[in-house]
Design a binder for this molecule. Structure first.
Ligand code: DHB
Length: 394
């Protein structure tokens, strides 16, 4: 029999210490509830894995209102984006259409801010662990794991939060769940480049060669993506080939040229839509990518994770304060209402801007007409702006 080196009792054990798990832990702490956070990655690995960089209005509000406010000084408020097609850019004025903006602030910074805040507040954070096992989520949750020295530890808690990302082990513990999937016949090639910004706001471009996205990071580092084949090998792409492809997809009669520089990093990003329902089973509750994945177009992933964390922390507070676990039953419906809106939005923006292999001439003309309609109609543009900046919770 394995010996257990330590046994810890807490209110909530959180499996997964990315932004979703840390935000739940942070909000529970503000409500006076203890938690322990576990993750098999190191904090350094999470902090250096590049992810998306756009925060909705309410994500920024949640961070700032709970004291994680570096985004307000180090982030960049963006009042709109450009939709580019048929060689011309069309600005979607979020601020003018909805009164809301979004913020360019990388997920790696959100993680670092939350991690620093939890550390400052004395949180029990255990990164770099392995062999995590979650037991008895119906009645008496118990999580066991192995630390860096090979010793086994146990944590018992009232509740388990599964915030363990797209390869979640917690999601498999939800008996009888329904899984909704959609695959896409393409992926994204993401690059981090050393170059000055090429545009003041994000440019979402549809071209004959496929989609491209121009995003930013700092005065000297930029983030860009282009649609590629899912089987693409990043090593087959020299700097010159990357730039030629991007320039070609952005070219137009206005003479737009991207400012070039060394490609610092290249990755092929997976691309799919996924939802698992319900998001709760007994004393286990799922948050973020553990329960749902969106395609990257529109950068909804982190925003959904933060929205889940907020709803989840409120639900847990209500359940533990009143010692009434029936309060947990409301979590799935509240969280999924937003998740499905974001699923639709990400799917819509994806299909409006990407080239589908085998698309007919009719499909292509219809797609262009959709883009022309969205940019020419204030109602169409507002629909996009509302989705992009995030729907207020009813
Ligand atoms: C970024 C990523 C996205 O998927 C998106 O829609 C917008 C921006 C980014 O990494 O900056």
């Amino acid at each position: 029999m394995t010996t257990i080196a330590t046994s810890t009792r807490t209110r909530v054990v959180i499996v997964g210490g990315g932004p979703a798990g840390l935000m739940v832990s942070h909000l529970l702490h503000l409500a006076g509830l203890d938690s322990v956070v576990l993750d098999n990655r190191t904090a350094r690995t999470i902090e250096t894995t590049h992810r998306a960089g756009i925060l909705e209005r309410d994500s920024v509000r949640l961070l700032a209102d709970t004291g994680v406010d570096r985004v307000l000084t180090a982030g960049h408020r963006h009042a709109g984006i450009s939709l580019r097609f048929a060689g011309l850019s069309h600005r979607i004025d979020f601020e003018g259409l909805t009164g809301a903006s979004c913020w360019l602030y990388p997920q790696t910074d959100v993680f670092a801010d939350l991690h620093r805040t939890r550390h400052r507040d004395g949180a029990d954070l255990r990164y770099g662990i392995s062999a995590t096992e979650v037991h008895d989520v119906r009645d008496a949750p118990r999580v066991r794991y192995t630390d860096g020295e090979g010793r086994r530890h146990e944590i018992t808690a009232d509740l388990v939060v599964g915030a363990d990302g797209s390869r979640s082990v917690c999601r498999d513990l939800v008996d009888g769940a329904t899984r909704y999937f959609r695959e896409y016949p393409f992926a994204w090639f993401g690059v981090l480049v050393e170059a000055p910004p090429s545009a003041p706001e994000l440019v979402y471009a549809r071209s004959e060669r496929g989609f491209a996205l121009i995003s930013q990071r700092t005065a000297s580092i930029q983030r860009m993506y282009f649609q590629c084949d899912p089987g693409e090998d990043p090593q087959d792409w020299s700097d010159d080939r990357v730039w030629a492809e991007l320039q070609c997809r952005l070219a137009g009669e206005d003479g737009l040229r991207l400012r070039e520089g060394p490609v610092l990093e290249r990755t092929v990003l997976p691309f799919r839509s996924f939802v698992q329902a319900p998001m709760r089973h007994g004393r286990l509750l799922l948050a973020g990518d553990a329960a749902h994945t969106v395609p990257p177009t529109g950068a909804k992933g982190l925003n959904l994770a933060l929205a889940d964390a907020r709803i989840l922390a409120e639900t847990i507070e209500a359940a533990l304060a009143g010692d009434d676990l029936s309060a947990l039953a409301r979590y799935t419906d509240r969280a999924l209402a937003r998740v499905w809106k974001a699923q639709h939005f990400s799917y819509w923006l994806t299909t409006m801007l990407h080239r589908t292999p085998g698309a007919s001439a009719f499909d292509e003309q219809r797609q262009l007409a959709e883009l022309h309609t969205v940019v020419a109609s204030p109602s169409g543009a507002r629909y996009l702006a509302e989705g992009y900046t995030g729907w207020p919770e009813p």
